[in-house]
Design a protein around this ligand. Structure first.
Ligand code: ADP
Ligand code: ZN
Ligand code: ZN
Length: 743
């Protein structure tokens, strides 16, 4: 073995993470020491023996070899949960590319220097009669927060601190006052409770309803799968089909075995109702993480987990790294959601990373979606995941009526607004009936695509089948291959002068609605109105309390929020996601439309959906209309096959930015030539470089180059070669380079 040195961190909770120490691996330990291994090392002046974690191995000494200390021995407690998380960080680093430190910080939140707050639990300190008295009193005085707390305590006599402050939003002040009055009692949480014992009690109290035959079949199927193999399982079922009930049954099974559960849900679906449902079922065994928490807050939560206070963690992407030592199951709800891709570095995907963690720790992975991602469904078809389907919705939900409006016809009729006549009439009727309306818009990634509003023709690249994007310099550019052409004055297909970007945003739509329906009460939900804590939740709550007639928004179809009065959903421009310059555009479009349609499906009322589009013949729109996922999948996978996109192939994006355009182009040129040089021996396809769809951000120019290969390992290997090449050439010093794998 050449690897004689190990980088070791001595405290994984601190900023010291940034400073690994190099040690020699003594010959008797070679082959035993790997990333994650806990070892004893002599440390500091006095060579005090302390514990450390190996984070990586290497063959090159960073100092004079004789000056590098030796690892003393392996620590006796061998594999800890941190060992496993370090191994996961290694996997993330290897797969997505980043530094080991970045990967470690992703899986382990850093402890703050301030002292950590300990968790408490809040208990009811009075009997039922006294509680009823106080409740009356608070109601009279309209002490809303105190009422909330007391009501919650009457339902369950004990609550966690988290729940009280985060969910019930009770201030420290109110709690103090109630403690002084002797109504409640606060107890420091330090005792380790036996979760299984507690669970038995809960299970008798509030059982999940009996499953329908179809749901039961899925549950049995998954349990059978768990016995034979370790394939991830995917439940495909429309909203309301009972996927969450199946998750709950699975969670029960896992908890009863003494194992723990992570349940990932998209941030936007992490609503009060959703969490409430799990609290009711699993009580204080459950806790919630949200992405607004700082690393220090996340650290505190994770400490509670390590103490054994919690057995089920519900949260967005980052909850995946909850340090459970006996992890038994990871559930990923709404598996297709975009928010499972990390935006920062490393750009990991939560689904793949969950599967990797599951493999490392012997935990099952179960995902669910009404319209699975193409990636996941492809893996099912290939037999890598096990697929289970629930076809029917629970109860008698009425499928909405769907109208498709060809916006090219509207223009011919002289209507140049973003609301078709059909949609205007439908809104009018719903307002008269006192029912609610949702208007859907997804501005992102659309404005720069150029299309003809008379015939729907989209100006595309001659080589790539992606739309050209408009740049400030007046040229249209393909962001996949760099092909460019002059701006157009008229449509090359029909000669209409109405060619250009589609600039309607949520604000414009709101103005339009107000003009047409001055009496309607509107709410707008987009990036602007939801800035700040709990804003989106507040808007959604107001809407579900019928405080508005029309909700206009970009991304608001939310699971857990049931708008039972919404009987009309209008999709302002269905194709606006279709022509985003990204190979997943059709997939996004299908998902969005299918979601919009399910939003108008109600128990008692017959809903309507009006879909406006310039491109009614596109397969993703056609398939969404007939709710035919399978048909959409077949078309989409053909196109991915043809163009060599994931999941059929793998795609590595090399993204570079620099404040000097010439430096950037020079750097990309070097990278390209380097790749071409090694290409002779390798099996991959090289596309670009070309400007990014946003070619300049804050004076930084941006370019991208794509590598495609059927072999995932091939791309990982190329990335490693590139990383080395870039690191060892000073010419790249001023250029920031980043890798995206299959995003
Ligand atoms: P999904 O997660 O697929 O959207 P849910 O599990 O949330 O579906 O179920 C939707 C609604 O139908 C919930 O209110 C749930 O309680 C109810 N439901 C589903 N299946 C059953 C069942 N077998 N018995 C009673 N209620 C059910
Ligand atoms: Zn045209
Ligand atoms: Zn092109």
């Amino acid at each position: 073995m050449k690897e004689q040195y190990a980088d070791i961190i001595v405290d994984i909770t601190h900023e010291k993470l940034d400073r690994p120490f190099q040690y020699q691996i003594p010959s008797e330990l070679k082959g035993q020491v790997q990333a994650g291994t806990r070892v004893k090392i002599p440390f500091g002046e006095g060579n005090r023996i302390i514990n450390g974690y190996v984070i990586s191995l290497g063959s090159r000494p960073r100092y004079k070899p004789e000056k590098i200390k030796k690892i003393a021995e392996m620590a006796e407690d061998g594999i800890t949960v941190d060992t496993k998380l370090i191994m996961l960080a290694t996997w993330i680093r290897h797969t997505y590319g980043s530094t080991m430190i970045q990967a470690l910080k992703t899986v382990m939140p850093v402890k703050d220097k301030q002292k950590t707050k300990f968790g408490r639990k809040i208990l009811l300190n009075v009997n039922q009669l006294q509680a009823a008295f106080w409740l009356e009193e608070f109601r009279r005085k309209k002490y809303k927060a105190k009422i909330r707390l007391l009501e919650a305590l009457l339902e369950r006599t004990e609550l966690t601190d988290e729940y009280v402050s985060r969910e019930l939003k009770i201030s420290e002040e109110s709690m103090k006052k109630m403690t002084e009055k002797g109504i409640i009692r606060m107890v420091q949480l330090t005792v380790y409770r036996n979760p299984v014992e507690k669970l038995d009690v809960l299970l008798q109290e509030k059982a999940v309803p009996d499953l329908t035959a179809e749901q039961q079949k899925v549950l049995d199927g998954i349990l059978r799968e768990w016995k034979v193999g370790e394939r991830p399982c995917l439940i495909q079922g429309v909203t309301g089909s009972g996927k969450t009930l199946v998750y709950m049954k699975l969670i029960e099974k896992v908890l009863l075995k003494g194992h723990q559960v992570i349940m990932l849900i998209p941030e936007i679906a992490l609503t009060w109702q959703m969490v409430q449902r799990f609290y009711r079922r699993f009580g204080s065994l459950v806790t919630v993480l949200n992405s607004k928490m700082s690393p220090a807050e996340r650290y505190d939560q994770f400490e509670r987990v390590k103490r054994g206070d919690v057995q089920v963690m519900i949260g967005p992407r980052s909850a995946l790294f909850t340090p459970f030592s006996r992890l038994g199951l990871i559930v990923i709800d709404e598996e297709h959601e975009n928010s499972y891709r990390s935006e920062g570095t490393p750009k990991y995907h939560a689904r793949e990373t969950a599967i990797a963690r599951g493999k490392l720790e012997g935990a099952h992975v179960v995902m669910g979606s009404a319209m699975p991602s193409i990636d996941a469904y492809y893996r099912c078809k290939q037999g890598h995941y096990a697929l289970f389907q629930i076809k029917s919705q629970y109860g008698n939900t009425v499928f909405p009526k769907i109208y498709l409006v060809d916006m090219r016809e509207e223009l011919k009729k002289g209507n140049r607004t973003v609301l078709s006549n059909c949609l205007q009439e439908a809104i009018e009727l719903r307002l008269k009936a006192g029912e609610q309306v949702i208007l859907f818009l997804n501005r992102k990634g659309y404005a720069s695509v150029i299309s003809c509003r008379a015939c729907g023709h989209v100006i595309k690249c001659l080589h790539c089948d992606v739309p050209l994007t408009y740049y400030n310099n007046g040229r249209l550019i393909c962001h996949y291959c760099g092909f460019d052409r002059e701006e157009l004055r008229s449509c090359p297909k029909c000669n209409s002068p109405y060619i250009g970007g589609f600039y309607a945003g949520t604000q414009q739509v709101e103005q339009m609605v107000k003009k047409f329906f001055p009496k309607a009460r509107t709410l707008r939900m987009d990036a602007d109105t939801t800035r700040g804590k709990d804003k989106s939740e507040r808007i959604l709550k107001a809407f579900s309390a019928e405080k508005a007639d029309i909700l206009i928004g970009t991304q608001m179809i939310v699971k857990g929020h049931n708008f039972s009065k919404v009987t009309l959903v209008g999709v302002i421009a269905a194709d606006m996601t279709l022509f985003a310059s990204n190979y997943r555009a059709a997939e996004r479009t299908y998902q969005l439309l299918a979601q919009a349609i399910s939003c108008a499906a109600q128990r008692e009322l017959l809903g309507e959906v009006v879909i406006q589009t310039y491109y009614p013949e596109h397969y993703s729109i056609k398939a969404a209309l007939s709710q035919d996922y399978e048909a959409f999948y077949e078309k989409e996978i053909d196109s991915r096959e043809l163009m060599n996109y994931p999941p059929v192939s793998n795609l590595l994006a090399v993204r570079a930015s620099c404040d000097r355009e010439d430096h950037l182009q020079n750097a990309m040129d070097y990278i390209r030539r380097y790749l071409l040089k090694i290409k002779r021996k390798k099996d991959f396809q090289l596309v670009g470089p070309a400007p990014e769809s946003i070619a300049k951000i804050q004076d930084y120019y941006r370019e991208v180059l794509y590598l495609k290969s059927k072999e995932k390992q091939e791309l990982i290997r190329l990335r490693e070669l590139l990383e080395h090449y870039i690191e060892t050439n000073s010419g790249f010093a001023s250029v920031h380079i980043q890798f995206d794998f299959n995003v």
